[in-house]
Ligand binder design. Structure first.
Ligand SMILES: Cc1cc2nc3c(=O)[nH]c(=O)nc-3n(C[C@H](O)[C@H](O)[C@H](O)COP(=O)(O)OP(=O)(O)OC[C@H]3O[C@@H](n4cnc5c(N)ncnc54)[C@H](O)[C@@H]3O)c2cc1C
Ligand SMILES: C=Cc1c2[nH]c(c1C)Cc1[nH]c(c(CCC(=O)O)c1C)Cc1[nH]c(c(C)c1CCC(=O)O)Cc1[nH]c(c(C)c1C=C)C2
Length: 472
């Protein structure tokens, strides 16, 4: 038997790819909760409105993005895909709230040469800063410190810090530069500055500019091809993103995969035949295990037999995010944008707001999602804020920032406990050490999911595909 821990999108994807590759063993997915999908969760209100609790948009680009689109095709749900072209207002308008004002961030190369508040200089001037700053030889550092050193403090405060909030609800002063800017960091380490590294790379690749790129090109007729032709910035699914795990569940079950809901795994003991899993009060023998549960959940399962591995896994932290979905009758927004983020230096109780219906309209309603907490959950919201408390903070902030005085017709408050891993300084080395330990001890265990190689939906599906390949 091949065991998969976790029935989120990565666990389901692992089962899907094992099945697709023709695995002959019985495949069992163990999911501790009573539903599959993990953080992908869409709810439908009684008046038909859709609320997304977790992810709502997926990027189509790069190998992992194209892979997800291929998966969508294989699941026969391409007709539900709604792409947002990069010319759309929500792709162009991403805002930050600084000093009591909303500012649209530059979204084109041209705009980088013009001064735009809250920046005191055009963004392109940061390149001069980079050329003047001396190289600092380091193994890793925080993305905030890297950007502050090389490009200046304003970029670190007003571009990078909110962006890190908008991806992992984390503090840029703690998150590794390798999370988002690995190439830029390497350019400094190898060439002395980002600019010199960029020029050296462009020069080294000058011939490839006119020949075939190494990134696979989508084939005509595929969804990835359509995404490229139509220049999608992001896409979603008509009816909500949860259709993806639901469709996948039906597909893998019809292929013979067993999905055990309420199947919390509490212990893994490796032996000569593979692994013995303790799930509730039952034991299961597996030839190998693909874990897609958060590293901190896997850690206690291995503590008795592999304390060092368990210790390293438990050092990958997570944060909790409070999500408030709000719906209003009519259009209550004065902005046509993706939404806005608030840099942590502003010390506001919310992280940002997504203007859902600007991207995907829902009849005559405005749907907004307010995100709160993250790395600052306890310090800004307290240790266990009530749902009413969270709702009131969200409403008071959107009243003051967006000037919305109308009461919402629908609302939903959710606290997503430990939902996003934090790739803090040293994360890449830690993951290497963890995988090195597994390899050295020849454990029949593969790791996938958001704790290791990327936190987006594309990343985790791709990580599950890689894990399935190893386990064939
Ligand atoms: C608020 C929010 C917004 C997001 N927005 C975006 C976005 O816009 N775009 C994007 O690409 N990504 C986004 N993401 C990230 C994306 O949602 C995640 O990367 C992805 O859903 C993670 O899937 P997973 O299967 O790896 O993990 P999970 O969804 O965490 O699934 C793991 C599963 O394991 C189960 N489990 C835990 N412990 C055990 C155990 N002991 N035994 C058995 N099962 C167990 C859990 O119940 C869970 O179902 C967002 C995430 C959040 C939280
Ligand atoms: C404030 C909290 C959060 C918001 N979104 C997320 C959190 C934790 C989660 C999230 N958003 C994105 C990703 C990564 C997807 C990927 O492909 O890797 C995750 C895990 C996408 C995203 N959303 C915003 C940005 C800048 C990004 C990065 C990629 C991209 O450019 O598309 C913007 C944004 N996110 C949030 C808000 C309020 C917001 C506003 C502009 C919320």
């Amino acid at each position: 038997m091949q065991a998969i821990l976790g029935g989120g999108i990565s666990g389901l994807s692992a089962a899907y790819y094992l099945l697709k590759a023709g695995s002959k063993s019985k495949i069992i997915v163990f999911e501790s909760g009573k539903r599959v999908g993990g953080w992908i969760c869409t709810s439908r209100e009684s008046n038909g409105l859709l609320f997304e609790q977790g992810p709502r948009t997926i990027r189509p680009r790069f190998e992992a993005g194209m892979n997800t689109l291929q998966l969508i095709e294989e699941l026969h749900i391409s007709h539900l895909v709604r792409g947002i072209p990069s010319s759309h207002s929500t792709a162009k308008n991403r805002m930050i709230f600084v000093k009591n004002k909303l500012h649209t961030l530059p979204s084109s190369l041209l705009q980088a040469f013009v001064r735009k508040a809250p920046f005191s200089r055009p963004l392109a001037a940061a390149l001069l800063h980079d050329l003047k700053a001396s190289r600092k030889v380091l193994d890793d550092e925080s993305i905030y410190s890297f950007v502050e050193r090389r490009l200046g403090r304003e970029l670190a405060d007003y571009a990078i810090s909110p962006m890190i909030c908008g991806i992992c609800a984390g503090d840029a002063k703690e998150i590794s530069v390798k999370f988002l800017a690995k190439s830029l960091f390497e350019w400094e380490q190898n060439h002395g500055s980002i600019t010199k590294g960029l020029l050296a790379t462009a020069w080294a690749n000058r011939e490839k500019l006119w020949t075939k790129s190494s990134v696979p090109k989508p084939l005509p007729g595929t969804l990835a091809y359509k995404a490229k032709q139509e220049r999608w910035s992001v896409w979603s699914l008509e009816g909500g993103l949860e259709i993806l795990p639901q469709t996948m569940l039906k597909h893998i079950q019809s292929g013979g995969v067993e999905v055990n809901l309420n199947g919390k795994c509490s212990k893994i003991t490796f032996n000569d035949e593979g692994a013995l899993l303790t799930v509730g009060n039952k034991n299961f023998h597996a030839k190998n295990v693909i874990s897609t549960v958060p590293a901190q959940r896997l850690a206690p399962m291995l503590a008795d037999q592999h304390p060092m591995l368990s210790e390293e896994l438990s050092r990958i932290p997570t944060v909790t995010v409070a999500v408030v979905n709000l719906a209003f009758k009519g259009n209550v927004l004065n902005h046509d944008a993706f939404g806005f983020l608030i840099p942590p230096s502003e010390q506001k109780p919310i992280l940002g707001v997504i203007f859902d219906t600007c991207s995907f309209p829902q009849n005559d309603f405005t749907v907004l999602t307010v995100m709160m907490g993250g790395r600052w959950f306890e310090s800004r919201l307290g240790s266990s804020p009530s749902a009413d408390n969270i709702l009131n903070i969200a409403l008071s902030e959107i009243r003051s920032i967006l000037r919305i005085s109308q009461e919402p017709c629908n609302h939903q408050v959710s606290v997503l406990k430990d939902c996003i891993p934090q790739y803090v300084v040293g994360h890449h080395d830690r993951v290497e050490k963890i995988r090195g330990y597994i390899q050295k001890h020849k454990l029949p265990l593969s790791l996938a999911g958001s704790s290791y190689d990327g936190v987006g939906v594309n990343d985790v599906i791709f990580s599950a595909k890689q894990a399935a390949k190893i386990n064939l």
